[in-house]
Ligand binder design. Structure first.
Ligand SMILES: C[S@@+](CC[C@H](N)C(=O)[O-])C[C@H]1O[C@@H](n2cnc3c(N)ncnc32)[C@H](O)[C@@H]1O
Length: 209
């Protein structure tokens, strides 16, 4: 049965609109993010997101990158800023999140609005006819929706990575980071997985590369 409650991962969150502005220094640059109630962590940058951004590997050569479940767009916008020659896609199911992400691309990356693109929809559905494969997929996964969804997504993600492409994500230790590491090692014994950092109760993973 469909869950009718409004969540940050609802397509159309049903909470009164409050607009907020976040300014945050990430990878030694000040970013400004417009956010709206009903979007994940709308009043301050999530600590897990920040730990991922500070420790994720960002290719310097021209690449195709994806911020999956982008929220208001912090991860994808930092990727666009630090990897100027790359194409960056940001996808989220929440329409308010995508509105914010589009605004935030214009605010933070005014010269890159053609190669940093925000799309709304269910995970890979918005790009399914584009024949795209990524050098990097980045994510702070919505584990509130259940760990099983994330484990299924892990399987799908392999189909969207180029050879040597990497999936980088952050998991809170308390939300089962060690379980996910063991699951990955047991399920994909021929694939690489490394922990890029363990910081402030969060683990950053890089796998499939
Ligand atoms: C934990 S939040 C992280 C948001 C953002 N990346 C950040 O770090 O602030 C997870 C995001 O995944 C999105 N999401 C959940 N299910 C999704 C789906 N099926 N397709 C696309 N996005 C989804 C949620 O709307 C939410 O914005």
């Amino acid at each position: 049965m469909e869950d009718k409650k409004s969540h940050y991962y609802s397509k159309f969150p049903d909470v009164a609109v409050k607009i907020h502005t976040i300014s945050e220094s990430l990878r030694r640059h000040l970013f400004i993010f417009k956010t709206i109630s009903g979007v994940f962590s709308f009043n301050r940058i999530d600590l897990g997101t920040k730990v991922l951004i500070e420790h994720m590997y960002i290719p310097q050569e021209p690449s195709v990158l994806l911020d999956l479940g982008c929220g208001y767009g912090a991860i994808g916008i930092v990727l666009g800023y630090k990897s100027l020659q790359s194409s960056v896609y940001l996808i989220d199911i929440n329409k308010r999140a995508i509105w914010c992400a589009k605004e935030n691309i214009k605010i933070n990356l005014p010269d890159q609005t053609k190669n940093v693109i925000a799309l709304s929809g269910n995970y890979f559905e918005p790009i399914k006819n584009k024949n795209l494969k990524f050098d990097g997929i980045y994510m702070n996964p919505p584990l509130r929706q259940g760990r099983k969804d994330f484990l299924n997504l892990l399987y799908d993600i392999q189909n969207y990575l180029k050879n040597n492409g990497a999936f980088q994500f952050v998991i809170r230790k308390k939300m089962g980071a060690a379980y996910i590491l063991k699951y990955f090692e047991d399920t994909y014994p021929d694939e690489k997985v490394e922990i890029l950092c363990k910081r402030s109760g969060y683990w950053v993973f890089r796998c499939f590369h």
